[in-house]
Design a protein around this ligand. Structure first.
Ligand code: GAL
Length: 708
């Protein structure tokens, strides 16, 4: 897709409407400056009403109409919703739940991704679409499937699982060792004995569950890549993607998928109201950027796109909360600030019928004479004014590690407490940094991290030896690290590392955890120096680290709660509990400052989200006022939204937004000083304001030595 254009639009379902509505649609799209729509996501039964008989005439007309009106198309393959004839002809391709129930047609996603008949039919419809539309002038992007995220436990799945396990483990001895099958008489002597983790009497084997998740992510990925290859072969110039759905239940390791898509695309629907929605939005966008960078081998400019979001609703607590005026734009611009190449919605027009008839739309049931459509028109104009920010990088001094497999492993019901969830701990760490105003990148174990001043590992439960080395090298070379409870406790097979927790990180943290003391929901423990811990506490023994806060009451009174340890040239912090939000923000700020990180906009008042993007020779400061009061923020530049010049202070109305093309020195990284005077900055210092090199590439105190 072309650079220099922020994409704007959403899922468009012309198959649900007569042709006269299509003409109104494109007129309204033009009014809103829509430039990309996703077509055909669930249209399989309208494209292939009988096996092999394709009815493309309506889609021909739609694509021509859109093209004539200057609107590009992300053409979807409709494989997330096979037609009724398919399910009738191939009952073995219907999915089976863990407790053996075969699901039936009647909703969507009723297929097993391991069933050969489904895979063949999916390739078939993708090939037919490719043959007809691969060179259509409206086509800008292929959108494969929709939100890969279903699971199945049928016989096809069992066969594929065994093949995958043989490939991963080599032989049954290795599998038995990895899964610790001597426990509860689970030792396998024949591959035929190994099944998907179906419903069983009591707790299932954690290694079995974890490998099934990995296998299923790979299975869904194979279903995606074979469609992608069909589409690419028809026209290699058209990028291909699929939209990621986020959630703990999703059996997909998005980071591993990122190298297989031409741009990462996410769907994001916050499920918290109030400030929680803004924080979730920032985290989702930072994750998408991290996945894109990871998939592109570290390229910080790798593209990603917000493919779906809700025009006017947040679903929380079992009901819909309408977004108040301006909130849709603020959420959208938070994504753009964090690198999204545009803003897309589900959905363009609200349908009269169907399961999601009350999901919000840019054209709601009330029609275009509505607040939501007027805001949609305004957002289109806003994105037009922001065209110049469609590239570049996002400033981040801090990195937070994310690991899908740790999340899956922590989901095992045999954990010491039901509370620990990787996603929650990542969100809590991100929230603390977000509130303190620091830019964050999300990284995967093994990613390049030498440009960050602080690395945070929130409940990174699984740590292979490679992951332990990755962290150790970073800290030893001068990096600052903050590790939270339940990180590094198990190896990559979910086997607990012995000798005291956290086995993989004990030495570098300078602590040895003897016992876990999980807390009850709502229970808190006071900490010395103020604040409380919740969810989890531990018996922490010092093995070189210094305590910086202790438990102030209860069975652990007087024992360390938070510690700091010098390791090589770096510093490693350990949090053995989840601090309350204020305390977490204070601790994170302290660690970030000590590491040399700077907030994006140091003097911004609380409730202002500040994100800085940089392109060639320019920087842009996004300021989003999430409060219900007007705010003043010290900054200078040209506000791209109003054209006004800002000399010293931006005045943001309640809920308002400004995007400054920065002038003066505000967004310009200070020129290298010591390093510039004498030579080239090393790789780890070059992109940052100069500071003493923290990595092993330079002699102590140096800022100039190039990495060998
Ligand atoms: C998405 C999905 C859309 C629609 C939307 C409603 O996850 O891709 O098709 O269902 O949710 O929230």
């Amino acid at each position: 897709m072309a650079d220099g254009v922020l994409r704007y639009g959403g899922d468009y379902n012309p198959e649900q409407w007569p042709a006269e509505v299509w003409r109104e649609d494109v007129a309204l799209m033009r009014r809103a400056r829509v430039n990309l729509v996703t077509v055909g996501v669930f249209a399989w039964s309208r494209l292939e009403p009988e096996p092999g008989r394709h009815t493309f005439d309506w889609l021909d007309q739609v694509l021509d109409l859109l093209h004539d009106n200057g609107i590009d198309v992300a053409l979807a393959t409709p494989t997330a919703s096979p037609p009724p004839w398919f399910s009738l002809a191939h009952p073995d391709a219907l999915p089976v739940t863990a407790d053996g129930v075969r699901l039936h047609h009647g909703s969507r996603d009723t297929y097993c991704a391991a069933a050969p008949a489904y895979r063949a039919a999916a390739r078939g419809i993708a090939a037919a679409l490719a043959e007809r539309y691969a060179h259509h002038p409206a086509l800008a992007l292929w959108h494969v499937h929709n939100e890969y995220g279903t699971t199945c436990h049928c016989a096809h799945t069992a066969r594929a699982f065994r093949r995958w396990l043989a490939d991963r483990h080599g032989d049954l001895d290795a599998l038995n060792a990895a899964w610790a099958t001597s426990f509860w008489s689970q030792h396998y002597t024949d591959w035929a004995q190994v099944d998907p983790p179906r419903a069983t009497q009591y707790l299932a084997n954690p290694g079995h569950l974890l490998d099934f998740r990995r296998f299923w992510s790979d299975t869904l990925l194979a279903a995606y890549t074979e469609q992608r290859d069909v589409l690419r072969a028809a026209n290699p110039a058209i990028p291909v993607t699929t939209n990621y759905v986020l959630g703990d239940w999703v059996p997909v390791d998005h980071a591993r998928w990122a190298a297989e898509v031409d741009l990462v695309a996410i769907d994001h629907y916050p499920d918290a109201v109030d400030g929680g929605a803004e924080e979730q939005t920032a985290l989702a966008a930072d994750l998408a950027r991290g996945w894109a960078r990871h998939g592109a081998g570290g390229d910080r400019t790798a593209p990603w796109l917000l493919m779906e979001s809700a025009p006017n609703q947040i679903h929380a607590g079992g009901r819909m909360h309408a977004k108040e005026p301006g909130r849709m734009a603020r959420h959208s611009l938070s994504h753009v600030a964090r690198g999204s190449r545009g803003v897309m919605f589900f959905q363009w027009r609200a349908p009269a019928g169907g399961a999601e008839r009350f999901h919000s739309a840019l054209v709601p049931h009330a029609g275009p004479d509505s607040r939501v459509f007027r805001e949609a028109v305004d957002l289109g104009a806003t994105l037009q004014r922001l065209r110049e920010v469609d590239a570049g990088t996002v400033d981040a001094d801090v990195a937070i590690a994310w690991d899908a497999a740790s999340g899956w492993a922590l989901g095992h019901p045999g954990m010491p407490s039901p509370h620990p969830r990787h996603r929650d701990e990542v969100a809590a760490a991100h929230r603390a940094l977000w509130r303190a105003g620091y830019g964050c990148d999300m990284v995967l174990p093994g990613d390049r991290i030498d440009t960050y001043t602080l690395l945070v590992l929130p409940a990174l439960y699984l740590a292979s030896d490679d992951t332990a080395d990755w962290v150790g090298t970073y800290v030893h070379g001068g990096g600052h690290l903050l590790v939270t409870w339940l990180s590094g406790v198990a190896d990559e097979h979910a086997r607990v590392r012995l000798g005291g927790h956290p086995g993989a990180l004990r030495d570098l943290l300078g602590v040895r955890v003897e016992e876990f003391h999980p807390l009850a929901a709502g229970q808190t423990v006071p900490l010395s120096g103020g604040g409380t811990g919740r969810l989890w506490t531990e018996t922490v023994r010092l093995a070189g680290a210094q305590p910086t806060a202790s438990y102030a009451d209860g069975v652990l009174a007087g024992l360390p709660a938070v510690t700091r340890h010098r390791y090589g040239a770096g510093t490693a912090w350990y949090l053995s509990t989840r601090p309350d939000e204020t305390t977490y923000q204070r601790l994170m700020t302290h660690a970030a400052r000590a590491a040399g990180a700077s907030p994006v906009c140091p003097d911004a008042p609380a409730g202002i989200e500040a994100v800085r993007r940089r392109g060639a020779g320019a920087s842009w400061l996004f300021l989003l006022n999430h409060t219900d009061r007007p705010q003043r923020v010290p900054a200078a530049g040209i506000d791209l939204l109003t054209g006004a010049t800002v000399d010293t202070q931006v005045h943001l109305p309640a809920g308002g937004v400004a995007v400054l093309r920065e002038t003066g020195t505000a967004g310009v990284r200070p020129p290298p000083t010591a390093g510039a005077a004498t030579g080239t900055l090393c790789r780890c210092c070059a992109p940052r304001p100069p500071r003493p090199c923290r990595n092993s590439c330079c002699a102590p105190g140096a800022t100039t030595t190039p990495r060998p």
